[in-house]
Design a protein around this ligand. Sequence first.
Ligand code: FAD
Length: 447
Amino acid sequence: MTAFTGPVFRPGDDGYDDERAGFNLTVDHHPELVVGATGPDDVIAAVDYATTRGLAVAVLTTGHGPALPADGQVLVNTRRMDEVRVDPAARTAHVGGGVRWQQVLPRTAPHGLAPLNGSSPNVGVVGYTLGGGVGPLGRSYGYAADRVRRVDMVTADGRLRQVTADSEPELFWAVRGGKGNFGVVVGLEFELVPVARLYGGALFFPAEAAADVLHAWARWAPTVPEEMSSSVLMLQFPPLPQIPEPIRGRYIACVRFAHTGTAEEGERLVRPLRDAGRPILDTLGELPYAQVGTIYNDPTEPAPAYDSNSSLHTLDEAAVDAILSQVGPEAGSPLVMELRQLGGAYTRAPAIPSAVGGRDAAYALFAAALLRPGQEDAVRGAHDALHEALSPWATGGSTFNFAGVHDAAPERVRRAFTPADYTRLAKAKAVYDPDNVFRINHNIPPG
Ligand SMILES: Cc1cc2nc3c(=O)[nH]c(=O)nc-3n(C[C@H](O)[C@H](O)[C@H](O)COP(=O)(O)OP(=O)(O)OC[C@H]3O[C@@H](n4cnc5c(N)ncnc54)[C@H](O)[C@@H]3O)c2cc1C
């Protein structure tokens, strides 16, 4: 038996269920072995254990972005690799492979610095960053992946590599965008940006205003400066006690804003949206960057979500009507739909090229539904119908980080990259993981 420093769990062991559990309960892993990795040596041992037995290696950090169950395979749980180091002078952070954004934000904030995190502080830094990383600062500063300086990772040959633009240029290109396809990341160094506060929050509108608000947002978004990031969320809130009274049990159109400019300028910019209807809840205001997660208030309780995404190049009136017909208040859809404005710095190529795709997209469209037993066909059908209805405005591509359970098949993964970049990724995969050991993910098979 390979020597592990951290705990390992087999089916039936105490702790096995805790160790294999993630945020998205739709994917229910039943691995042959779970390795609670405490550092690179445990990951090397896990890869060695798997490859000598012809098994795959899957990674679980938080379970926010699963694709497939790791049944009968080796699952590496990274959460014990939780070190965070900040170098304020160099404006960089170095984190262990299992760190969540909520562990980074309190460490960077005292220095007036921010990482390019996403909407939910619960999400893992590595998975988010290497999948691109679309966040509240993104229109100003671009994709998180483009700010990575160094990736410490264990590849399929069991080697620990320090991957930089100089040491391993092709792997450095591929892993920044190609996510977990190239190995298990045990450490990540990335740049921070000088942001200490934001003007941000959300406006919640009732069902009767949803159409006007979505039309208003579609007209407004192309006119705002890059300092403004925003999104629209449309959903039927469940009647749960933890949801604030004005929105509990109601259909809501929620516009979220994150503005790096002054509060006065932010106030001025959001006015047309405030005027689009009468908000029943308004959380907009000045906030310290460390509280950025309050803008979105993403769910924190594990749930069985079934999700998908696609990218749009335009959002004209007909596109808005198509969205409303699928997920508007009258549609009775099981889907929660979010549209995020991209553009701005997302469109610009980074100084050191990365594999991140979708730079031509103007909007990312993400949808999710709770997958209740017996509802599978209805939920899958609602996803397909939404994307089909939006196809006249779709780029044909997608945002890799928003690849959901519905997007697990390789042909749906392929859409996240340009054809040339996908071919290059598949070639890099053939070099670094020819046997596709890292295939329990949104997979890029070796080509
Ligand atoms: C509520 C919610 C909010 C989100 N908000 C945003 C957002 O604002 N912007 C955005 O861009 N995305 C967002 N996402 C998507 C999220 O960034 C991806 O799902 C990401 O992959 C999650 O990574 P994780 O480690 O938390 O999840 P996990 O499910 O644990 O990991 C997902 C995959 O990431 C890879 N991975 C994770 N850790 C490692 C590692 N140490 N080494 C190698 N590979 C690894 C693996 O391929 C793994 O299968 C959100 C998702 C949810 C559910």
